[in-house]
Design a protein around this ligand. Structure first.
Ligand code: ATP
Ligand code: MG
Ligand code: MG
Length: 372
């Protein structure tokens, strides 16, 4: 999606990823010397090769080799956005929480824990049950989370989370999950997108409703202010996703920050004046930012997760989606479908929340794997 936006601005893009990855299918190399690179975004040699081909380097995932990003930036031939120091803070979710706390940004109480039954028991005694045990690193789509409901599950949790460093987080009985995309320019100006409501299923983002509706007239401005303050505390340009918990009493806690375009901002492609992707490019290229305002009254994004290995089942569903008014289908060009894999998304736009919800119902009835 970033590559598609870059193509419209005549921005040459070189992609480092394995094989025929989705982004490489979108944008052809503009010259043989700017050919895409096959390899891992954690491989030092491949990152150095990428840096030698570009003026500005950016990431779409935080699980990259940040030491090498530091090295290529310090060598002075390439700008890296967001700053490697920001990626380093965000890569470690516990360190990220400590950083946010040092800027007085509210987060759930958490404790570093070693991987032993005694340490997990001690954390559960301090923070209570249920307890959210999380991997500090390499977490995505809830794959580094374990909900400890009883002391007796401690060993199961440690085995499930593997040999990654762990921390424990106090359980948050949120009433809603919300998110705000924020874009930050090279000169440090920040601009936020409307607040959205995110609905997760088994720890994975399922739906995003934009804009968030609330009876609390202060919520939207409070959430945007918290998100902007969080991003002001970090260095470097680009878009960031700020995930938050809304409590019953209206309080907000930041869950985590993504230093890149984010699933909660996919809706911006059809529903906002400027998409998160285009504004990410504008920010890192020092071009004027575009408006973050919505251009439709209401929208919802539905993630398409694989229900099985069947591509046929998937395209039967997306072909049906093409018949739903206001629906835009995005398939990512992944070569294999697997249960639980993010294969694409659909954005619905409409004149009202009621219209969006009735169109969404049509999609949910046919969603492979069910909608509940
Ligand atoms: P992402 O794909 O967003 O990067 P992740 O693997 O980093 O996900 P988190 O965002 O930490 O995981 O958690 C995933 C989901 O688990 C949250 O969106 C929320 O629904 C739930 N969750 C996380 N932390 C807590 C908590 N402390 N209390 C209650 N629920 C939580
Ligand atoms: Mg995460
Ligand atoms: Mg998350």
């Amino acid at each position: 999606m970033l590559a598609a936006s870059a193509a419209l601005l005549n921005v040459n893009v070189v992609i480092l990823d394995v094989g025929r990855s989705p982004a490489k299918q979108i944008i052809a190399p503009s010259s043989p010397s700017l050919a895409h690179i096959d390899g891992s975004f954690s491989d030092p040699a491949k990152i150095r090769e990428l840096a030698s081909k570009v003026d500005i380097l950016t990431v779409e995932i935080e699980h990259v080799n940040v030491d090498v990003l530091d090295e290529v930036e310090k060598a002075g031939n390439v700008q890296v956005h967001p700053s490697p120091s920001t990626i380093r803070i965000i890569q470690d979710k516990f360190r990220q929480k400590e950083h946010l706390l040092s800027y007085k940004i509210p987060v759930a109480e958490s404790l570093s824990v070693v991987s032993s039954v005694e340490a997990v028991h001690a954390a559960a005694s301090t923070l209570g049950l249920p307890l959210m045990l999380k991997s500090k690193t390499l977490a995505y789509d809830g794959r580094g989370n374990f909900v400890l409901r009883e002391f007796s599950q401690a060993q199961e949790a440690i085995t499930f989370l593997g040999d990654r460093p762990l921390y424990a987080e106090r359980w948050v009985p949120f009433s809603k999950e919300i998110a705000v995309m924020v874009v930050r320019t090279t000169s440090g100006e920040v601009k936020s997108y409307p607040v959205v409501e995110t609905v997760h299923k088994s720890n994975v983002c399922h739906l995003v409703f934009a804009p968030l509706r609330s009876r609390d007239p202060t919520l939207s401005s409070r959430a945007r202010a918290v998100a902007e303050k969080a991003i002001q505390s970090l260095d470097g340009a680009g878009v960031f996703g700020v995930e938050m918990f809304l409590l019953e009493n209206g309080e907000l806690l930041v869950n985590e920050i993504a230093p890149r375009p984010h699933n909660s901002g996919h809706y911006t492609i059809e529903a906002c004046e400027t998409s998160q992707y285009e504004n990410h490019l504008r920010a890192i290229l020092s071009l004027p930012l575009g408006s973050t305002a919505m251009k439709v009254p209401s929208s919802v994004m539905l993630n398409i997760l694989g229900a099985s290995s069947s591509m046929f089942e998937l395209t039967t569903f997306t072909n049906f989606a093409l018949t739903v008014p206001g629906a835009s289908v995005h398939l990512y060009g992944k070569s294999e479908c697997r249960s639980g894999r993010k294969m694409g998304h659909i954005t619905l736009v409409g004149d009202s929340d009621a219209q969006i919800r009735s169109r969404l119902r049509l999609l949910l009835e046919k969603l492979p794997g069910g909608s509940s």
